[in-house]
Design a protein. Sequence first.
Length: 475
Amino acid sequence: MALWGGRFSTGPNEAVAKLSRSVHFDWRLAPYDVRVNIAHVAGLRRAGVLSEAVAAEITVALKELADEISTGAFSYTEADEDVHSAVERGLVSKLGELGGAFRAGRSRNDLVVTDFKLYLIDHLLEIAHESIELVTTIDEVASKHLDLVAPGFTHLQHAQPILFSHELAKHSHSLLRDVDRMKDWLSRNSISPLGSGALAGSALVPNPEIIAAELAFQGVARNSIDAVSDRDFVAEALFIFAMLGVHLSRIGEEFTIWNTQEFGWVTLNDAFSTGSSIMPQKKNPDIAELARGKSGRLIGNLTSLLVTLKGLPFAYNRDLQEDKEPVFDSVEELLTLLPALRGMIQTASFNGEKIARGVLSGHALATEIADFLVRSGIPFAKAHEISGEAVALAESKGVEVHELIDAEFSAIDPGLTGELRALLSAEAAIDSRISINGTSTKSVTAQLLQLEAKIRGYSSWIASERKRFSGMMGA
């Protein structure tokens, strides 16, 4: 049903109606729209705009409508312009003309942004939970490989020996930063815009603070014009989703490389692989590749919103109808991708022999030579040069630098004594990296324990926030 039209001589042209129609995508907001309207009706009752009896009748009908929406018994039609008109149509069908009374004192402008915030809170917490589940899986796999050495890479070139568990767990740290951004987002954006009206506030509901508390918000927006036009919270959420997508893309890239015949580091489970329509032998890492591909889509959703927001004048503008589809798309893509990627990692088999095989290739212990000289008092710049000379000699002889004999080392520099030999192994190189962020077994074990503690903390926060908003989730 139309929510406007009294001053118009005709309805909208068919092309205009089609362009304006948003209910086919903003119907996702229907549960939140009902919950916000229930809180708004309570505000109208407290203000004396609605009697106790009328407010109770409307509230009962809205709750019935919420149940029908959740079961699919009530949905939008082709005649509905948006989620708000669909919900009002449902209410009018139950109460007649009385069904339009709940619209007093608010506008679609403040209603939609409130609905949208609640939708984002709900789904941000769900994405945070799925991210935590992925981190837990990565850490469990990493814990099983604390004794596996691997070549570390920079520029896709062999660099220094590391523990494979250290390599895996690096993704946990980046993903937890994403969860931390979600937590920060909720702390900053738990502000209710309801009561702002179209842009000037409400003359009928003077205490929006009470409604905000009922909806579990921690405060009320202090400028009604800003409140109805603010979409910073949407852009921030899309940035978080895009950043999360970038981190998932990096996981996908590594697993795609590790799964190649040339690397052979990982074998993916059949349930998390696909085949070729023409080559019967193929087993493709499509989950990993889609993790890479989806990141472009998530970045694009952020970019599209920022371009929409740029240069908007004054308060609400219809351009803001374009804020929802990028969010809906990003949310739905992530909630599909995260469990699939978790399953891929959880069921993967790692070939420890192949992973460890090349750990010393590429003169990976050259840094150990330089460090040995530094410990004897030689400035690092000079030690770096001497170590480079050792690498050059090894290359001329067609061997790795650690395969030079003691006499060859001492000929390069007398500081390269026989004591160096004990340090020229992957195990010695790894064991020497005992800093809090290093790759030694002791350090990585401590890092995994710290990650476990962080996971507990974030899981507790997610549970607490879900409980706080449970009164409106899916209402």
